[in-house]
Design a binder for this molecule. Structure first.
Ligand code: SAM
Ligand code: SF4
Length: 349
């Protein structure tokens, strides 16, 4: 990578290259999510339509471009980097990218490099991830019932994912399970999933469905408010609020009886935007300053136009200056209509 600093040609707009990225509301940007591909080997009902058309390869950032962009954010204060997708482990060369980004962990510039995966390919990658410095991964698991799993993911098979979870654990990775709460599919399975997670020493996070992208179904039909789930769980378990915050829309409790850390991601019923520290880079290099808004900055155009990091720095400043105060998801009012047109697989979860 080209270097950062004083040697770069100065322009009036170019700040010092290690200057922290801080938005107009005083929020420092310390967390970057990068979608490394829009492709996936599953077609989860809440995420994709069955006949998704994927992007031509030329539109997707190369691994070198991803590395350059992520490294620029790290230089400007990003401490936590999450690779996601689509399914990040179906991207060819992903192990090389992770190994390369791992240099920022070694230098101390980056605190955490992590990944969100559907687990299907994890058994082939877990050891590489650990060797590169990854210590935690999120793996999605919405059900423990093989038939239901096949129905929700359309193309996925449960044993593949259970093997992936076991492989990650065996490689030394701490696994957090992500479960999208679906009114008619897994509402009655949440306690089983909690027990499964507790037995395996995993954390579990429940996620409300978000109105992102056109899918083939009515989202209101799937929507299960986590406030209701929590109320039901409180009838049976002792839930102790934990102070742990990630800057995102997750809140955590400890389930005393199971010794489980349980998270609730409720972007619809609560709005935690005031502490938002994150931005998201799509597989095509669009930077979304808010998951729930359409405004974006085209960083692919910037990296393809110039190899000068001062130019990239100026583009980052311009983008972060546009980070909005918060999002506008209200599923009750929107019903089947998506709040934003893009799918979660594009922006990354
Ligand atoms: N393929 C990987 C996976 O499934 O974990 C990473 C990408 S996926 C888009 C990231 C997370 O977003 C997953 O936990 C998935 O369940 C969740 N997700 C996808 N679409 C969603 C939606 N419309 N509402 C809420 N969560 C969603
Ligand atoms: Fe693929 Fe993840 Fe979307 Fe499911 S949620 S279709 S695994 S990207």
């Amino acid at each position: 990578m080209s270097s950062t600093d004083a040697a770069a040609p100065a322009t009036a707009a170019a700040p010092s290259s290690t200057q922290a990225l801080v938005d107009p509301f005083g929020r420092a940007i310390t967390y970057l999510r990068v979608s490394v591909t829009d492709r996936c080997d599953f077609r989860c009902v809440y995420c994709m339509a069955e006949d998704m058309t994927f992007l031509p390869r030329a539109e997707v950032l190369s691994l070198e471009e991803i590395d350059r962009l992520a490294s620029a954010f790290i230089r400007r204060g990003t401490r936590k980097l999450r690779l996601t997708g689509g399914e990040p482990l179906v991207r060819r060369g992903i192990d090389d990218l992770v190994r390369s980004l791992g240099r920022h962990l070694k230098s101390g510039a980056l605190e955490e490099l992590t990944l969100t995966s559907n687990g299907s390919q994890m058994d082939r990658h877990a050891e590489h991830l650990f060797a590169a410095g990854v210590r935690r991964v999120n793996i999605s698991l919405d059900t423990l019932d093989a038939e239901r799993f096949a129905r929700i993911t359309r193309w996925g098979r449960l044993p593949q994912v259970l093997d992936g979870i076991a492989a990650a654990t065996a490689a030394g990775l701490k696994v957090k399970l992500n479960c999208v709460a679906l009114a008619h599919e897994n509402a009655h399975e949440i306690i089983d999933l909690m027990q499964f997670a507790a037995r395996g020493g995993h954390d579990l996070t429940l996620i409300e469905t978000m109105p992102l992208g056109d899918i083939d179904q009515d989202r209101m039909d799937q929507y299960l408010p986590l406030s209701r789930v929590r109320r039901d769980l409180e009838q049976r378990f002792t839930l102790v609020d934990l102070p742990h915050r990630t800057g995102g829309p997750a809140r955590y409790v400890r389930v005393e009886e199971l010794g489980l850390q349980l998270g609730f991601i409720t972007p619809l019923t609560h709005n935690f935007c005031e502490s938002c520290n994150r931005v998201r880079l799509t597989a095509t290099g669009q930077l979304f300053m808010c998951l729930g808004q359409d405004d974006q900055a085209d960083l692919r155009a910037v990296v393809r136009r110039s190899s000068d990091d001062a130019v990239l720095d100026a583009a980052l400043d311009e983008a972060i200056a546009r980070k909005p105060r918060g999002h506008d998801f209200v599923i009750e009012r929107r019903g089947a209509r998506p709040a934003v047109a893009r799918h979660m697989s594009m922006t990354g979860g």
